[in-house]
Design a binder for this molecule. Structure first.
Ligand SMILES: [Mg+2]
Length: 227
């Protein structure tokens, strides 16, 4: 795929996994929460994992999935406090700042568009200080629909004035890229190295990059080629 930046006005970027290392989130939900839950309920860690993983699966693709208040209430744990216990794992992926600077210098509108809850967003912005690189942030909780819902991208236009034909979306979720595709967002980029702990894998459906430096053109050029 050849991308000519002259064809793009707006860049929408997902947060967890796309610009931030998803190791934090994976470790939080798969290890840290089960550990604290098992201590509180006097169970084995194995039982806690089995029980919690099936609870998590039951809320996949819904707004509850990322709603910290929902999980605090459901699990009887203070989820924001538990997140702060491992906040040292929150990290920006390599080349993200360089890419955001390139976008700023090129005069693109850049929006963080995330399913994350406002409490997660606050914690991550405080730890990474990447907020000022964006024109703004939209949480799916404001929109009232998760990005997995095909109606999301149309409803997003109530918040951001964007032309799908001249917009790029970067995501580590192929489900979200698929709903964006059905709304005819033209430049869809899958981020394969969503966690520093996984082996990246090419998407079968979408243009794939490991890192954002692959989208920054050489000086004097407006085009990049992604193999
Ligand atoms: Mg993500």
């Amino acid at each position: 795929m050849i991308i000519n930046w002259n064809d793009i006005d707006t860049v929408l970027l997902d947060m967890d996994g796309t610009i931030l290392d998803r190791h934090f989130d994976d470790h939080f939900w798969l290890e840290h929460v089960p550990q604290r839950w098992s201590q509180r309920n006097h169970t084995t860690i194995e039982y806690a994992k089995e029980h919690l993983y099936s609870l998590f699966r039951s809320q996949e693709n819904t707004l509850n999935w990322t709603d910290l208040d929902y999980w605090s209430d459901r699990l009887k744990l203070d989820i924001p406090v538990l997140k702060r216990e491992i906040e040292h794992l929150i990290a920006v992926h390599p080349y993200v700042i360089e890419f955001l600077l390139f976008l700023k210098h090129s005069g693109k509108a850049v929006w963080l568009v995330t399913n994350a809850h406002s409490k997660t967003l606050d914690l991550k912005m405080k730890n990474t200080r990447i907020g000022p690189y964006f024109d703004g942030t939209i949480s799916a909780h404001q929109v009232g629909l998760p990005k997995e819902d095909v109606r999301f991208w149309g409803k997003l236009q109530d918040y951001i004035n964007y032309d799908p034909e001249r917009t790029m979306l970067g995501e580590d979720s192929e489900a979200n890229l698929t709903t964006a595709q059905s709304f005819s967002i033209r430049f869809l980029i899958y981020i394969s190295r969503y966690s520093s702990k996984i082996e990246p894998r090419q998407s079968e459906h979408f243009t794939t990059i490991d890192y954002f430096n692959q989208l920054i053109p050489e000086k004097g050029s407006s085009c990049v080629t992604i193999l």
